[in-house]
Ligand binder design. Structure first.
Ligand code: OOG
Ligand code: NI
Length: 461
């Protein structure tokens, strides 16, 4: 029997992520400028902060740093979402987490497609925040029917991409040549299209309902709307952006600056106004703003207990502000955040001992030398005290709903801050997707446990 050799899904994802970055840099030159700024800042941080550099080296994160980015797309129908799930699966990406953005006035719910195992994340941590439009929230039935009929007519995948997805599922993988072709074909789904699929007037009607609805419905496909590199110092990049001709949003989303970074901090620059042509006026130019830039700094993944504390402090700070963070209240917001988050322990020992964050454990050379001679009872705490093991926080690989809402809103304009009455509907999302979303907390717990098991084996326990 002929056996075929397949490219690992992790490598397909790595190639795809690079191809996507190249395409986006060609399409949005400001993304290239931001990438350069992030690269310079990261290099500087590694020089100035040797302990951080050592931490990144010892966990292997340093090797993925330059590869690291996430993108975001928005789709219009269940069928589109389900097929995207199959496309991402070819690259080893699974739907992780459920995010409901409707309480923040954005009529979508979302998941993040990403690799789930630490060894796969190490090869490529590329993630795509993927939102499904909730058309049922459009109250104007005529407009809703119109949007549905427009979406029903479009095909966001190339025929070759569809064939290759089926082939990968049938064969159990793709050969070298097929994988290269798959990357090229898959990329087409995320490309920007200068021409809309509706008339100027229809575009206006969709946009008047919600700018996001126009962005999803009026175009041929779910153009990638931003790609986000990972920085080691988001405050420096935020401060430097204006000097590079980039205007950042008013506040950095997520936790305030700390000694031990937790979860995710993000900031973006505003969407660009781009020329588009409508079907009834292919010559005259309209404009649409969808695509923007974003950077993020990732910290430790929090346990359910740590996450509850984060949510509590974030809500308290926001309640005290009493308004949506904006240019005018940014300073007060930052002060309130710092004040409230003073309650969140900020040393690695406290985060670990109070079970606020997830960790990965590694045997030390001292521990390996003592293999088989350990005093009983062996406990993690004891092994750490004896310096037979060391603990490194696990990186947060996911997103935050309040932050995501802030990122959406900074790009939709302040007019979009309404509220939708609709219920959060994870089940409807999963039905559309055709499978359940994965609980991210279970993934972190599994990675932590695997590292403990490996340590115990290495130490002969
Ligand atoms: C997604 C916004 C959310 C993030 O990093 O939280 C996001 C979108 O605008 O489609 O990208
Ligand atoms: Ni983003």
């Amino acid at each position: 029997m002929l056996t075929m050799s397949f490219v690992s899904p992790d490598l397909i994802r790595q190639r795809f992520s690079r191809a996507m970055s190249d395409m986006y840099r060609d399409e949005v030159p400001l993304y290239g400028a931001l990438m350069n700024l992030v690269e310079q800042t990261n290099a500087q941080v590694l020089v100035n902060d040797p302990p951080l550099a050592e931490h990144l080296r010892s966990t292997g994160e340093i090797e993925r740093l330059d590869l690291e980015r996430h993108g975001a797309i928005r789709v219009g129908t269940a069928a589109e979402l389900a097929m995207l799930g199959r496309l991402f699966a070819v690259m080893g990406m699974q739907p992780v987490g459920y995010y409901d953005l409707t309480p923040a006035g954005v009529p979508v719910h979302s998941t993040a497609f990403r690799a789930v195992h630490e060894t796969s994340l190490q090869v490529s941590p590329f993630r795509v925040f993927t939102s499904l439009l909730r058309l049922e929230l459009i109250e104007n039935t005529e407009l809703r029917d119109f949007a549905e009929s427009v979406l029903a007519k479009r095909q966001i995948f190339t025929t070759d991409a569809l064939d290759l997805i089926e082939l990968a599922e049938r064969q159990g993988g793709l050969t070298e040549h097929q994988a290269d072709e798959f990357v090229l074909q898959a990329l087409e789904t995320f490309r920007w299209h200068h021409s809309a699929t509706v008339t100027a007037e229809q575009y206006q009607q969709l946009s008047a309902q919600h700018r996001l609805i126009a962005d999803v419905v009026a175009f041929k496909g779910p153009h990638i709307n931003h790609l986000t590199p990972r920085t080691l110092d988001i405050d420096t990049v935020q401060a430097e952006m204006p000097r590079h001709g980039i205007t950042p949003k008013a506040v950095v989303e997520g936790p305030p600056r700390r000694r031990c970074p937790i979860l995710l901090r993000q900031t973006s620059f505003k969407a660009l106004d781009e020329p588009v042509a409508f079907t009834d006026s292919p010559q005259s130019e309209g404009s649409h703003s969808a695509r923007f830039g974003e950077i993020e700094q990732r910290g430790a993944a929090l346990t359910p207990k740590g996450r509850a504390l984060y949510d509590q402090l974030l809500n308290a700070a926001r309640d005290a502000l009493g308004a949506f963070p904006n240019e005018a209240n940014a300073q007060r917001y930052n002060a309130l955040m710092a004040e409230h988050f003073a309650q969140f322990p900020d040393t690695l020992d406290e985060l670990r001992q109070q079970a606020l964050a997830f960790f990965r454990y590694f045997p030390t050379s001292k521990g390996l030398a003592a293999k088989g001679t350990l005093d009983k009872p062996v406990t993690l705490e004891r092994l750490l005290e004896q310096q037979y093991l060391r603990a490194e926080p696990l990186v947060y690989e996911d997103f935050l709903p309040v932050s995501a809402a802030g990122i959406f809103q900074s790009n939709l304009g302040d007019a979009a801050q309404s509220h939708y009455a609709g219920q959060s509907n994870r089940q409807a999302f999963e039905t559309a997707l055709g499978r359940p979303t994965i609980d991210e907390l279970a993934l972190y717990a599994a990675t932590q446990q695997r590292s403990i098991d490996e340590c115990m084996t290495a130490l002969g326990v």
